[in-house]
Design a protein around this ligand. Sequence first.
Ligand code: M6R
Length: 614
Amino acid sequence: MCGIVAYAGPNQAFDFLIKGLQRLEYRGYDSAGIALLNGDLNIYKQKGKVQDLLDETSGKNIEGTTGIGHTRWATHGEPNKVNAHPHLSQSGDIAVIHNGIIENYATIKEALVKRGHTFLSDTDTEVLIHLIEDIKQHEDVDLFEAVRLALNEVIGAYAIVIISKDDPGTIIGARKGSPLVIGIGKDKKEYFMASDATPIVEYTRDVIYLDDNEIAHIKDSELTIKTIDNVEKTPYIQKLEVTLEAIEKGGYDHFMLKEIYEQPKSIYDSMRGRFNQTDLTFAMRSLREYESKIKNLNRIIIVGCGTSWHAGLVGEYLIEEFARLPVEVEYASEFRYRDPVITEDDLVIAISQSGETADTLAALEMAKEKGATIYGICNVVGSSIPRMTDAGAYTHAGPEIGVASTKAFTAQVTVLTLIALGIADIRGKISKDRLREIFAELEVLPTKVQEVLDTCSEKVIEIAKRYKDVDHCLYLGRGINFPVALEGALKLKEISYIHAEGYPAAEMKHGPIALIDENMPVVVVAPKRGYYEKVLSNIQEVKARKGNIISIVTHGDEKVAGLSDYFVEIPDTEDCLVPILATIPMQLLSYHMAVMRGCNVDQPRNLAKSVTVE
Ligand code: M6R
């Protein structure tokens, strides 16, 4: 968690730092802080949002051409001003910002306390900067070397940036497990650092993604990168593709709403150029290169967290149906701590919007060690997962800023559909006629998504008005639409704080049915496909207990619609594509209910967009 930014160059740092923190606020918003070098080292911090920090700095000295900034998602120590970053060394001359966790901080702290150090905060980060200064003084080395030596003692994950009163114009950044991007500004005279590229894109398109165990040293406009073992590395400069418009709200009230409405495009982008309807072939390099491996696959294991895990569950139905290969879907956080049986004939697919989720990364590392081929489905270009996998496919959904995942989910499911079909094709499990039918439906999918957005919004607002004050909500779906129910429930609870549960519709009578009364809304995915008649029976069971039915039905359906208190129609499509269309009204329902309840939908309480700690 946490977002970090840094600047060293000829211009004032303050505006870049504040704007950058606002762009990174999705990563954590418990507190914010900045440090500026201008002869003195001035630190400003505040509990709460970046706006609170901005208010705090009003009328104060914000001069400085070298600076660092941080927006926090609390791990060690409660979210208050004292625990806010930047943290200072014992002398107060060196400042650090940190994203990650120093696992052995307690041991280091104990040793430092014995040497006379006193600590102001409860954070692991403060321990790190005290250690760096302690090494600098006792080993009589420069700041870079002190950082390098300290990082050799540290266990854990970090992206850090350090500035020092004694080294104006210098910033030192390092990473292990948490992301850090370096932007190279005009004439290589100014440098930016950030947790992702969004703060940087306005200033430069030339970036370097620091690798694990690398330390970047910017001093007098010169950049050097070394490993923590002191080996010099040649920086690999890449061009940023993300645009400024993509990371702004563009007239919408919230990023979440903008991202929901971007889905016709994001879904189109996620499949663009990946299949050919004329000759019924696939153009996915990651599949082509692994053709012989795919032919001999034993099974596929999909790992992910939260919404990405739900996409994985949809993937399980898709791959098993089309490619006839056994698939297991695992929470990355559980998988990494089991001792799963994995062989070289397994393919482990990690799904992650951010590409930085700590549990998913760790699960992949473990699978790689055990000899499996590892594959990534990620959205953020250049993030950690795509850089460690053998192969993969980007979702190309564009930046997702709202903490609740929306367009990333539908893009993940689209890519999984293509992967399932591609594997089926390679393994000879699908006929060309069937491929033709599904490709034709994929072609019109963005239009159908647009149709859902155009036609369901008013109805959803009406439903949201009726149910915005409920305490609980049940979501039901069967088969491939069961994960859709899970995703619908997650979306509602995370942004509206209404308790919601997703269940396979038939499981309802094994317990949750006891909850149903006239106050309980039950959202049912009930397309006129798959298990339609069976879902219809489940709906009857809810009605018999006076539950309220909100159904998502195929356009023109009368049976389910007739039984429902409210229904939202989606166009008919192939079974395998229903999850994408059915998800959209649920996203909108959560959004409108949350807004009506006065919740901050883009930054729900206690959450952060990328979970880079366990
Ligand atoms: O970046 P990732 O896809 O790996 O993130 C996984 C989850 O943290 C994420 O999907 C989370 O559940 C979202 N808040 C859901 O909207």
